[in-house]
Design a protein around this ligand. Structure first.
Ligand code: ADP
Length: 312
């Protein structure tokens, strides 16, 4: 546990410290953006729609970080690392990093707009998804993780709230605040600045052997369980009890919810304490859960944000 340095130890910025003008100018390239509707709020950032007045009114999502929240060196380094990693990525299932600039008050990160919120809101609305939907989403999530792992990047904070949905209902993985890029293939990481939500047991134990790509596979298993069952496998009312459940691998499939044995088997194969025994992302593509007989849709209709897809 000692190696987990929490970012929450840093002072939270208050509302009054954030000043965001209605028209923001990026002096570097002389582009002007009109601030649109408020999209949401994260740890340090506020997110707004930004309309690019010099590029056919293109709508982007602007993540705005007040400089007052970056006074500590560690917070600054974390943001620099997030920008460096995110900027280097280019994949259909990853939120596109489009531009970044700063003014006196804030740092602005301009991202591909994801108009249909995140899978967190989806699950809140729908409670749980059908297996066909879960197959469709999990495959897209696997493509995004495969791309990252092929490029030696570990996301380390895979969770429903970081899985965005585009206007076409495509999965877009975002938030690279806890991500890391390995310097070489076999490198093992020791520390994480922050508390990942769907944390793998080897991070909790702060194992001498460190952690690597397998932590993303663990979180993928937690995501699969949550989408099918409607709540995360190790959920309790307090973080300490959740961590204990993760360490002792204490989870079960509720009897009242019907899911296929292929789904159960895939989750059981992933949620294994020993990271070396978990399947890799490449292996997961060939899991029986994705061998449906019928075809898995590439995209789902927007209507599934509110109700299950029709059986036809
Ligand atoms: P933090 O990294 O500080 O947690 P987030 O990246 O989670 O900040 O952004 C906060 C909120 O802003 C999200 O929950 C979401 O509502 C909104 N948001 C972030 N990125 C996008 C995007 N690309 N498109 C649409 N909304 C976004």
């Amino acid at each position: 546990m000692a190696s987990i340095r929490r970012s929450s130890a840093e002072p939270a910025h208050t509302e009054s410290m954030t000043i965001i003008e209605e028209v923001v100018k990026d002096k570097g390239v002389i582009r002007r953006y009109s601030k649109g509707k408020f999209l949401g709020k994260g740890g340090f950032a506020k997110c707004y729609e930004f309309i690019n007045l010099d590029d056919e009114k293109k709508v982007q999502a602007a993540k705005i970080i007040p400089k007052s929240s970056l006074t500590k060196n560690r917070a600054r380094q974390k943001l620099i690392s997030e920008i460096k990693i995110h900027k280097s990525l280019n994949h259909t299932n990853i939120v596109k990093f489009q531009h970044f600039f700063e003014d006196q008050e804030n740092v602005y990160i301009l991202l591909e707009m994801c108009a249909n919120q995140t899978m967190n809101e989806l699950i809140k609305r729908r409670k749980r998804l059908t297996e066909l939907e879960v197959q469709c989403y999990l495959l897209q999530i696997l493509y995004s993780i495969k791309y990252l792992h092929d490029n030696r990047v570990i996301h380390r904070d895979l969770k429903l709230g970081n899985l965005f949905l585009s206007d076409k209902m495509q999965i877009k993985l975002g938030d690279f605040g806890l991500a890391t890029k390995l310097d070489y293939e076999g490198e093992r990481k020791r520390t994480i600045c922050g508390t990942p939500n769907y944390i793998a047991p080897e991070i909790l134990e702060a194992k001498e052997t460190g952690h690597s790509f397998e932590v993303d596979v663990w979180s993928f298993g937690v995501i699969a369980f949550t989408l099918l069952i409607g709540k995360p496998p190790f959920e309790t009312n307090d973080v300490k009890s959740t961590y204990k459940k993760i360490r002792t691998n204490d989870y079960s499939f509720p009897e009242q919810i019907q899911i296929s044995s292929a789904a159960k088997n895939m989750i059981k194969k992933i949620l294994i304490t020993d990271p070396s025994k978990r399947p890799t992302v490449d292996e997961l593509f060939y899991d029986d859960f994705f061998k449906t007989g019928g075809s898995i849709p590439k995209l789902l209709p927007v209507s599934t944000l509110a109700c299950p897809p029709s059986a036809s």
